[in-house]
Write a protein that binds this ligand. Structure first.
Ligand code: HEC
Ligand code: HEC
Length: 89
């Protein structure tokens, strides 16, 4: 490699490392997880144990549909995958 090229290479390496550090700091600064977990009570016990989240989620509607006993609030965020946000414990 010529001297000029080697200098460029070093500059790119340093830039790359700085970029990595910036991304790392950004991720470390993410706010704490605040979404409520799947409740640990009798109503939800069977879902805590289910390995397949997609199967479990089909059953949430039983109670959390608009006609169910605990309908979601109108401003509830998009709700395709319940258990990705409301994590089992
Ligand atoms: C048999 C009825 C029933 C089913 C089925 C059910 N829930 Fe619930 N859920 C309730 C009731 C009742 C409450 C309110 C009291 C409580 O916290 O248990 C509730 C509350 C919640 C809350 C609010 C907790 C909080 O801290 O505010 C979340 C989140 C939740 N359920 C998620 C789910 C998910 C996800 C599923 C499907 C995997 C599900 N539920 C299935 C009855 C049910
Ligand atoms: C994109 C993330 C996300 C998904 C997916 C999601 N939720 Fe929520 N849910 C929230 C947030 C945020 C709140 C309000 C704050 C809290 O309770 O943590 C909430 C609140 C709730 C509550 C409390 C009552 C209310 O409406 O505020 C229940 C019950 C609930 N969710 C059930 C469910 C069910 C059942 C599903 C799947 C059909 C689901 N959620 C999918 C994020 C989500």
């Amino acid at each position: 490699m010529k001297r000029e090229e080697r200098k460029n290479q070093a500059a790119f390496n340093i830039l790359f490392i700085l970029l990595c550090l910036a991304i790392l700091l950004f991720l470390l600064n993410a706010p704490k997880e605040t979404t409520s977990k799947l409740p640990n009570d009798a109503q939800h016990a069977r879902f805590q144990a289910m390995k397949n989240k997609k199967d479990a989620e089909k059953l949430c509607e039983e109670c959390h549909s608009p006609q169910g006993q605990v309908p979601l609030q109108e401003n509830h965020p998009p709700k395709f995958r319940c258990l990705l946000c409301h994590k089992p414990r």
